[in-house]
Design a protein around this ligand. Structure first.
Ligand SMILES: N[C@@H](CCC[C@H](N)C(=O)O)C(=O)O
Length: 259
């Protein structure tokens, strides 16, 4: 049983990260993972991430939401685990690793971790919102004033409503500040609350805003509750590739799990 954990945060999206190269962490113990992520009874985090060995790449990332279940890709978690791999001396300034949605490249440049996301070829545009998958599913909705919203309440209605139902989606509410700057607040599936930042979420927002013609820029700044992220991309025939999520990722503390 591994007891040492590290806590990381990327623009306020926070994670318990554990070095599981010896494969001693019980991934099936959903109740324990949920407890470790609990902010009153545990360490407290939006998710838990295991770093494991991979046969051909630098490492394998295994991601769990705060509800204890393994889930789809976490962009901020991806940036945090790259910082952790560098801390462990597994990588230097560049990395290629495996995650649930496939292989990712990453580059460390000073305080910034740049994470390459999977190409996106399908963007569904509706009258009220846009839906796309950037490694995780995202509903993107433009709003005139985010202050008028109850992010948790309004987000939960969309997350559990038609057409998403139990499988759910993450929900991003967006306002436009300028052609290359948007503010985003996200309700995260699996946390079932607003988080201070969501990496796959801001990636979805940047691509969605381009797809609906709100911006023609391909380097976009996203203001989130926990700071600033950037997303850059290339576009060919309505398909997005060379997509990079850019922002800081910081180790906050190290501890011993005693439960
Ligand atoms: N915080 C994440 C997204 C994590 C996955 C999400 N909660 C889901 O289950 O879809 C990010 O930074 O991308």
């Amino acid at each position: 049983m591994t007891n040492t954990f590290y806590k990381y945060q990327g623009t306020g999206n926070d994670f318990v990260i554990i070095d599981n190269r010896q494969l001693i962490f019980d991934k099936k113990d959903t109740k324990r993972i949920k407890l470790l992520c609990d902010r009153r009874f545990g360490i407290g985090a939006d998710g838990l991430i295991l770093l494991e060995n991979h046969d051909t790449l630098d490492f394998n990332m295994v991601y769990f939401n705060a509800d204890g279940n393994q889930s789809s890709m976490c962009g901020n978690g991806g940036r945090c685990i790259v910082a952790f791999a560098s801390f462990l001396d597994i990588i230097k300034h560049k990395s290629r690793f495996m995650a649930v949605d496939g292989e990712h490249n990453a580059i460390i440049e000073g305080d910034l971790i740049k994470l390459q996301m999977q190409d996106v070829s399908e963007i569904n545009i509706y009258d009220t919102h846009v839906f796309l998958n950037t490694g995780s599913p995202h509903h993107v909705q433009l709003e005139s004033d985010l202050k008028l919203l109850d992010i948790k309440g309004d987000g939960a209605k969309i997350r559990y409503g038609e057409p998403y139902n139990e499988a759910g989606t993450n929900v991003n509410f967006v306002t436009k500040n300028s052609d290359n700057n948007f503010t985003v607040r996200t309700y995260e599936r699996g946390v079932e609350d607003e988080t201070l930042s969501c990496g796959t979420g801001v990636t979805a927002v940047a691509l969605a805003m381009n797809a609906v013609g709100e911006t023609e820029k391909n380097l976009i700044t996203l203001e989130v509750e926990g700071g600033k992220l950037q997303v850059s991309f290339d576009k060919n025939d309505s398909k997005y590739h060379n997509i990079w999520l850019i922002g800081p990722a910081t180790q906050v503390f190290k501890g011993e799990i005693t439960c």
